[in-house]
Design a protein around this ligand. Structure first.
Ligand code: ATP
Length: 369
């Protein structure tokens, strides 16, 4: 069950035909999007696509050139940053070095002039939430990077914002700690019920933490969905190519019994995809196929889609190996095989002629090429 699929769900944020221009450059292009209460929403896209501009408009550091942004139904266009129920956590954390963890978390509450006992209760609650009780008296330089990240999170949640903006929140942490912290972030988001919007360059991170992911291209959101749909059913070659690793094979689509088949290369059998739109028939298309959906074998397998080629390279990744196979057409196809299937790894090596195969449901055919 996903709460955001419920049409009764109340949007917290609504971008309504928002355009943001810097001079004659359009950074955000007539974008409309809802973000619901309690969502963990990720903005993904290449450098310059407008992610930070979206965050800055939500935070109140930029105003839309056209259109409006609603927060809980109210136009926040002219509401200054400190008057919005929105907080932003920066990658640098910006903790005060001379203040203790406790004082750092209390800072915003004190500035609001809240009563002392109320502040103390709230800070203690935030310390418990982020498991920092033991470190309350320490200064930022006396705790680890992961703990500093939690202080920054505790501080930005102390005033109970409706929306928390996270700009590369885990960028300063090493990979292992980053993974652990991702789960903490998800727990904290869930237990506080705050809406989180995250921008990260780490796609895997976005896919792990977010309940919905929006993929951006040149100031527009081109697909927004749950991480599994974005990965398994991208709506364009752009999205397929941006998220994860993918093989792209160009060809012409014709109608198959179910779905479409693509004809490509000389003397090559058509490739079948049963889960693709038949309206693509007659068009130039691209077949998108994830490397982990491709099997590799010495003997010709009995499968709807088979390709013949030669192993050019094998990248050993510990749990997986990626085989780079050059087809007779010259096209390179990657097959990613779990190393628990040891037999195939021993049997197949560089320069070997192999068969690649994949099921009719494994690939998706998309317009383009
Ligand atoms: P990155 O991943 O590199 O941070 P981004 O997706 O966050 O990129 P933005 O920072 O939103 O991208 O910038 C979008 C576009 O708007 C870029 O081409 C950028 O150069 C431009 N831009 C952003 N701020 C300004 C500004 N104040 N003046 C002029 N152009 C700007």
């Amino acid at each position: 069950f996903a709460p955001w699929e419920d049409s009764q769900q109340k949007p917290l944020i609504e971008f309504v035909n928002v355009t943001k221009r810097f001079g004659d450059f359009t950074a955000i292009d007539n974008l409309s999007q809802k973000i619901f209460e309690r969502e963990f929403f990720a903005l993904l896209g290449p450098s310059g696509c407008g992610k930070t501009t979206m965050m800055r408009m939500l935070g109140g550091f930029e105003t839309p050139t056209e259109g409006k942004i609603l927060l809980a139904g109210q136009d926040i266009g002219n509401v200054p940053p400190n008057k919005r129920a929105v907080n932003m956590m920066f990658q640098s954390y910006a903790l005060f070095p001379h203040l203790s963890v406790w004082e750092n978390i209390a800072f915003g509450l004190k500035r609001e002039g809240q009563p002392k006992d109320q502040i103390a209760a709230r800070v203690d609650e935030m310390l418990r939430l982020t498991r920092l009780e033991k470190f309350a008296r320490r200064k930022p330089h006396q705790i680890s990077g992961g703990q500093r990240q939690r202080v920054a999170l505790a501080r930005s949640l102390a005033k109970a914002p409706k929306l928390l903006l996270l700009d590369e929140p885990l960028g300063a942490l090493d990979k292992k700690l980053r993974h652990e912290t991702q789960f903490e972030l998800m727990d904290i988001q869930e237990s506080t019920g705050t809406t989180f919007v995250i921008v990260t360059h780490d796609q895997e991170e976005a896919m792990t933490v977010a309940s919905r992911v929006a993929v951006m291209d040149h100031g527009k959101i081109v697909q927004v969905s749950t991480p599994d749909v974005i990965y398994e059913a991208p709506n364009s070659v752009y999205v397929a190519d941006f998220i994860g690793d993918v093989n792209l094979i160009e060809g012409n689509a014709t109608k198959a019994e179910s779905g479409v088949q693509i004809t490509w290369g000389e003397n090559t059998a058509p490739l079948v995809s049963t889960n693709s739109d038949q309206a693509l028939a007659g068009k130039r298309v691209v077949l998108a196929l994830r490397p982990e959906k491709v099997s590799i074998s010495v003997e010709r397998p009995d499968a709807p889609n088979v390709l013949r080629g030669k192993v050019i390279d094998i990248a050993y990744l510990g749990n997986l190996s990626t085989y780079h196979v050059q087809l007779e057409t010259g096209t390179m196809v990657k097959a990613q095989i779990a190393n628990t299937r040891r037999v195939s790894r021993r049997q197949i090596t560089w320069e070997d002629s192999v068969w690649l195969s994949f099921s009719a449901t494994a690939a998706v055919v998309l317009e383009g090429g």
